[in-house]
Design a protein around this ligand. Structure first.
Ligand code: 2HG
Ligand code: ZN
Length: 460
């Protein structure tokens, strides 16, 4: 089938807004947020229902055309942008954006893939419940993308990754079969838990069209604090203290290096409410019971006395808490405005964070003079964004190896939460043990034998 008859075929499956072929309208879908990855597509296809998605994918299978699914396109690994020469369409899930139900008593919600994460969070909150996945891009990221990448974010230490929140899933397979398993069950051991294959596989095994998500009770009381800490070791001592005293109520524990704050000031005009410090911790605890703020203040007083922290502010209002979080949420933008950087989204065992940071920093300094490490992340779960601001002429691939070799020395992961996409496919092939790679290829071959789902991603 030639391209124009294929597009005419798609047209019959969609409404008048379903097929986009004008280059200007397609352009924003064909480049990632950082402008690092660009691709081409025959069309941007925008179905309204899971049935339309299934019909489009079936038509693509018949015509030998690949499908690149895209949500909010906020990913940092180029997973939602076409790559390679294969004839392909970009399938945007944006119009499948309904919140089908919020069940307050059952503590769950059923949401379509294109629903903006923040919209889903707000619907849960309106019902007195919390959808506990929270990330800087939540105003644009879509639930389907969050599931497809098994996104992490700031609440993982308490509530786990997105995977832990998915109760039921609806997916479209490579041949266009629609599988509806939107079961609102907490316990379901009837057969293989196949939905796990579609969570975190970045659209390479199937397309997520809707999900049933687990909600938790919305805590009524919260406390947010920013602490200056002398070193990553001190931050871990503080984390340990906090876990001992209020562990079941800590929902975020972020470690941020001093350079991040220089960038925030210089590039975003955001000021630190503390004197400059080599490292900072932003933490939050929340609870259904009153008294959490007093308890955390008491714990922090102990930390100051033990010199695990040297200074700190506790937000005295919701507005101030939001200001503290705005600092954290703008780091990516502040880094982007500073100039070229190379991102590493890594994880190591929590207790090894200080040793890993020292090792990786020393290795980068030795091999890449003039590079500056912008280190921040979710220390409470072992995930550090070890991003490196680079001078002109830096060999980016060599820099990846320098950082990832340090990760490997600590038995860490080269992708903690952002996924592999196209950005890390080569690194995955290098670092993943052969037996695991072979197993991944067998899963891919079973579910997408012709390699038409998101080609060039994860397993390149
Ligand atoms: C965050 O934690 C995001 O803010 C983005 O995962 C990290 O910009 C980054 O590398
Ligand atoms: Zn992150």
């Amino acid at each position: 089938m030639d391209a124009s008859s294929f597009l005419s075929r798609l047209e019959t499956l969609l409404d008048s807004r379903g097929l986009v072929t004008a280059p200007d309208d397609m352009a924003p879908h064909l480049v990632d947020w950082r402008g690092l990855f660009r691709g081409e597509a025959l069309a941007v296809v925008r179905p309204r229902t899971a049935q339309e998605v299934a019909a489009v994918v079936a038509a693509c299978a018949e015509a030998g055309v690949a499908v690149v699914p895209q949500g909010g396109n906020t990913g940092l690994a180029g997973g939602a942008v076409p790559v390679g020469p294969a004839p392909q369409i970009l399938l945007s899930l944006s119009r499948l954006n309904a919140i089908r139900k919020v069940d307050r008593v059952g503590m769950l919600m059923e949401v379509e893939a294109g629903c903006i994460l923040q919209t889903a969070q707000e619907a849960a909150r309106a019902a007195g419940r919390l959808l506990p996945v929270s990330l800087a891009a939540e105003g644009t990221a879509q639930v389907g993308g969050v599931i497809s990448t098994n996104a992490g974010g700031i609440n993982v230490l308490r509530y786990g990754m997105t995977r832990q929140l998915v109760l039921g899933l609806e997916v479209v397979l490579a041949d266009g079969t629609l599988v509806n398993a939107l079961r609102p069950l907490r316990k379901d051991n009837a057969g293989y838990d196949w939905k796990q294959l579609f969570i975190g596989s970045e659209g390479t095994l199937g397309l997520v069209t809707a999900a049933v998500l687990r909600l938790v009770p919305a805590p009524q009381h919260k406390v947010t604090a920013l602490l200056a800490v002398p070193s990553p070791e001190a931050a871990l001592a503080l984390l340990n203290r906090v876990q001992d005293e209020v562990g079941d109520q800590v929902s975020a524990f972020e470690l941020i290096c001093g350079l991040s704050f220089d960038l925030l000031k210089r590039n975003c005009g955001l000021d630190l409410p503390l004197a400059p410090a080599p490292w900072l911790v932003l933490m939050q605890a929340d609870s259904s019971l009153a008294g959490i703020a007093d308890k955390v203040e008491e714990v922090l007083a102990g930390a100051l006395e033990a010199e695990e922290a040297t200074d700190g502010v506790v937000a005295s209002s919701e507005a101030q808490a939001r200001q503290l979080w705005a600092l954290r949420e703008h780091i990516t933008e502040a880094e982007q405005r500073e100039g070229p950087s190379v991102k590493h989204d890594v994880s190591v065992p929590i207790a090894d964070i200080p040793a890993f940071l020292a090792d990786a920093e020393a290795a980068v300094a030795a091999a890449h003079p003039g590079a500056r490490a912008n280190m921040f992340g979710h220390a409470g779960d072992g995930n550090i964004h070890f991003n490196v601001l680079i001078p002109p002429g830096t060999d980016k691939a060599a820099l990846n190896r320098t950082v990832h070799d340090a990760v490997a020395r600590f038995d860490g992961s080269i992708s903690a939460e952002h996924g592999i996409g196209q950005y890390r496919a080569g690194e995955l092939a290098h670092y993943k043990p052969a037996a695991e790679l072979a197993l991944m290829r067998r899963i891919k071959a079973a579910l997408d034998p012709d390699g038409r789902l998101n080609p060039g991603k994860v397993l390149a």
